[in-house]
Write a protein that binds this ligand. Structure first.
Ligand SMILES: CC(C)(COP(=O)(O)OP(=O)(O)OC[C@H]1O[C@@H](n2cnc3c(N)ncnc32)[C@H](O)[C@@H]1OP(=O)(O)O)[C@@H](O)C(=O)NCCC(=O)NCCS
Length: 174
């Protein structure tokens, strides 16, 4: 886990994080750079199990939220294995919001998602936030399980994003 693995390291900087469950492999959380949008958007639907997701992640999120977004890269090869796109709420300064998190299916189950979330939480806490929020569609049972494992409370909200657009709302205190 990031908090354990990077003890003493400024979480807003690069963090080299051993993946305890995958021998001799580690990841680096690095800032976004040119080419990341193209890489992620080209794989987004596949990573989401074939769902059409690209319309919800336009380039603006990569351009305008650099301090609260990161790429998880394989420490040995530099290959992208995951990403997180988040921001600090403009309406409620106590809230930090995660818009998207995704991990390459080949890298799942090795704490990449957890590491990205712990980095985001530490960053949000350092910025003065006390709550992390995010949401997912009701069909995304894997995301619900991940968020429960990460300590989020889960609330179903009917018609949250419009008629028939039900969402699962996640919240965790920092
Ligand atoms: C959800 C996702 C980011 C998790 O990434 P990951 O790197 O595999 O997750 P981790 O290995 O860090 O798992 C952290 C915890 O969540 C649990 N978890 C993760 N995915 C799970 C799943 N599908 N079902 C049940 N539990 C799951 C793990 O068991 C672990 O719990 P533990 O620490 O108690 O053992 C990844 O599956 C993904 O990219 N999914 C598709 C995109 C998506 O739905 N994103 C979220 C909505 S925006």
């Amino acid at each position: 886990m990031l908090m354990r693995a990077t003890s003493g390291v400024d979480p807003t900087l690069f963090g080299r994080v051993p993946l305890t469950t995958l021998a001799a492999v580690d990841i680096v959380l690095r800032p976004l750079q040119d080419g990341d949008f193209e890489y992620v958007i080209g794989r987004l639907d596949e990573w989401w199990g074939g769902r059409s997701m690209t319309g919800s992640l336009p380039r603006l999120f990569f351009d305008h939220f650099p301090t609260t977004s990161r790429i998880a890269a394989d420490g040995a090869t530099g290959a992208t294995v995951g990403f997180i796109i988040g921001f600090l709420s403009q309406g409620d300064p106590s809230v930090a919001y995660i818009h998207f998190v995704g991990v390459d299916p080949a890298a799942r189950g090795h704490e990449v998602g957890r590491t990205l979330y712990e980095w985001f939480s530490e960053t949000a806490h350092a910025a003065g936030c006390s709550t992390v929020k995010c949401l997912t569609s009701t069909v995304n049972t894997g995301s619900v399980a991940f968020h429960r494992a990460m300590g989020f409370t889960v609330t179903e909200a009917k018609d949250y994003d419009g008629p028939g657009q039900h969402r699962m709302l996640f919240s965790r205190s920092l």
